[in-house]
Design a protein around this ligand. Structure first.
Ligand code: BGC
Length: 601
């Protein structure tokens, strides 16, 4: 009988590990976005660098990360802090050298970490040699960018832009070039001319650039600003959005029906994917292709492809960033999560993003306690989890004065509006410890490029390592769950609400004795005693075991009945549970036993 038990256990274990081995690396792990300027400075110039990231690689291992997502480190005049690239094949000296990049690749490899690059195909810098040659109408570069004649001259003799299109950063999306005597399109800064993807040579250039970095060791890309890739060829004026929140020169004042989400852009997503797939085959390394697109849910889903062709592995899911806030109710939260999951095309892989270098930090959007609830959701909802640097210690936005403002989106908005638009507060240096400048830099006379948050003396990684239930400690427990628990990696999702304030979700496996996960989120400002016994995926009579959470009075490993659970104000608790084997599972196990028995005889 013991032999049969062992055989059965081995068979089941083999089946489970075969299932996991099939899973792509980017599916079950956490991908961590590093904003290099603010991560770690090793040459005391006040700006983070590649050597700094290499120096800190063990941090990622420590917190259970599987892949880094590196914001741009390419050569750049830094008008948009690296998102304006003047040479797509060079590392900017501010960040180091190609050797530093190679060392980073090696360091990642040594630790089993993947390295994914962020790249914006939509534009280059106006200091790129392609642009200089395009101005001079030097073939084949003449049509590398979108050039248009002026509409005419205004009363003072100045050329009038071809249409009313606006830049995301404010003001006209057209800049006149005296030498070429034409306007060029820039959907972001004038220093970021839009590349013209209607020219096949431009597509080929970008394909080669992707190949170049994969040859150098990149394990894939996040392609940014994709909705902006194509524009209507007839260049009509865009209609007003009639949104009173925006002044006429602000991007939000127009409805962007001719400059974003054009149907033809998706075929370029497919072209880029083909390049990535063929390199994957050539190099025998699994690549990932992710997309950044702030757009409607319907348009976001298009990046997955259709039933015949897969495009991106996944577009970033910005639902929590754009639709969840401090006023969201439990039923709204459930609806937002369900809506995303239900919109996924069949077989598509989900993901959850809670913050990035462009949006306010989670801790500042939701407050310190609830932000940990958001981190818990980001880690335990189905699919890939994405962390922006600092979220693992609950870093907060830093208030930046107008005088210290450097983000072009803030600067272009002017002193009156800059606080609404600036992204500086979310980009301030990582808080390593309580030494000068939070251990980010040893710069003496040169200050960090952005001020360190004043709270760094109490809010820093070193301090949280000593604290039992710090955001860091909770984060580590969550990433460990992603590694260790099948229910988190591949379990189904069940969502429900209890009363007005409690949102509950479970990650569960049908198959019997696996440990399942129950997450309880309290959206109210007061403690709630919740009866969770009606949660549909929880079998009646099942007990739940407290695992991790915020401000909880329970201790880890404590078993309790789901009929009375105290959920602290704005808190979030994670429990483990098993649903005892059902009769059908028992019946199939008995069947397997009898087959094995008859084989042994
Ligand atoms: C990046 C922004 C950047 C913009 C323009 C986006 O994809 O996330 O930070 O400003 O592209 O380059």
């Amino acid at each position: 009988m013991r032999i049969i038990g062992v055989i059965l256990a081995t068979l089941l274990a083999q089946q489970a590990s075969a299932q996991l081995a099939d899973v792509d690396w980017w599916k079950t792990t956490t991908i961590y976005q590093v904003y290099p300027r603010s991560f770690k400075d090793t040459n005391a110039d006040g700006i983070g660098d590649l050597k700094g990231i290499t120096l800190k690689l063990d941090h990622f291992v420590d917190i259970g990360i599987g892949g880094l997502l590196l914001s741009p480190v390419f050569k750049s005049p830094m008008k948009d802090f690296g998102y304006d690239v003047s040479d797509f094949r060079e590392i900017d000296p501010i960040f180091g050298t190609m050797v530093d990049f190679e060392e980073l690749v090696q360091g990642c490899k040594d630790r089993g970490l993947k390295l994914v690059l962020e790249l914006v195909p939509n534009h280059s810098s106006d200091e790129h040699v392609w642009f200089t040659k395009s101005i001079a109408r030097e073939d084949p570069f003449t049509d590398y960018y979108t050039w248009r004649d002026p509409k005419g001259l205004n009363a003072s003799g100045h050329p009038i832009p071809p249409n009313n299109w606006l830049s995301v950063f404010g003001g006209s999306a057209w800049e006149y070039n005296k030498e070429r005597e034409q306007f060029y399109l820039h959907q972001f800064l004038a220093g970021q001319p839009d590349l013209n993807y209607r020219n096949p040579r431009v597509t080929k250039e970008m394909d080669d650039i992707l190949g170049f970095w994969m040859d150098k060791g990149a394990d894939g890309f996040r392609l940014n600003a994709m909705p902006h890739l194509m524009e209507d060829q007839t260049f009509p004026d865009e209609p007003p959005s009639n949104d009173p929140e925006f002044t006429p020169d602000q991007w939000g004042s127009l409805s962007h029906i001719y400059t974003t989400d054009l149907p033809e852009l998706y075929s370029y997503v497919f072209i880029f994917r083909k390049v990535i797939d063929s390199k994957q085959e050539e190099l025998g390394r699994q690549m990932v292709m992710m997309v950044e697109a702030y757009t409607s849910l319907e348009n976001t889903m298009k990046y997955y492809g259709d039933e015949y062709i897969e495009y991106a592995h996944f577009p970033f899911n910005f639902e929590i960033i754009t639709n969840v806030n401090n006023k969201t109710t439990a039923s709204e939260l459930k609806a937002i999560i369900d809506r995303w999951q239900n919109a996924l095309p069949s077989g598509a892989w989900s993901n959850w993003v809670i913050g990035n270098h462009d949006r306010r930090r989670v801790a500042s959007r939701f407050g310190r306690d609830f932000s940990t609830a958001v981190v818990i959701m980001g880690q335990l909802l189905p699919g890939t989890a994405i962390t922006y640097n600092g979220e693992e210690i609950n870093m907060e936005d830093t208030w930046i004065s107008w005088a210290d403002t450097v983000d072009p989106q803030g600067c272009q908005a002017g002193p009156e509006f800059y606080e609404k638009f600036t992204r500086d507060p979310v980009r301030t240096p990582y808080q390593w410890d309580d030494s000068a400048y939070a251990g980010f830099t040893t710069a003496n006379s040169d200050k960090p490029w952005l001020p360190v948050n004043d709270n760094y003396r109490e809010l820093n990684l070193a301090a949280q390592k000593l604290e039992e239930n710090s955001p860091y400690a909770i984060y580590k427990k969550l990433t460990a769950m992603r590694k260790d628990m099948n229910a988190v990696r591949s379990g189904q999702l069940g969502t429900s609400t209890v009363g007005d304030d409690i949102f509950v979700f479970t990650r569960y496996l049908q198959s019997a004795d696996e440990k399942n996960v129950l997450v309880v989120v309290n959206l109210a400002e007061n403690e709630v005693n919740a009866d969770l016994s009606g949660v549909p995926t929880l079998k009646s009579g099942a007990m739940i075991t407290y695992h991790v959470g915020v401000n909880s009075s329970y201790t880890s490993g404590q078993e309790l009945s789901p009929s009375s659970v105290n959920v602290p104000a704005r808190g979030s608790l994670v429990f483990l549970y098993t649903n005892a084997a059902s009769t059908t599972v028992l019946a199939s196990l008995l069947l397997v036993f009898s087959v094995i028995l008859s084989l042994l005889h």
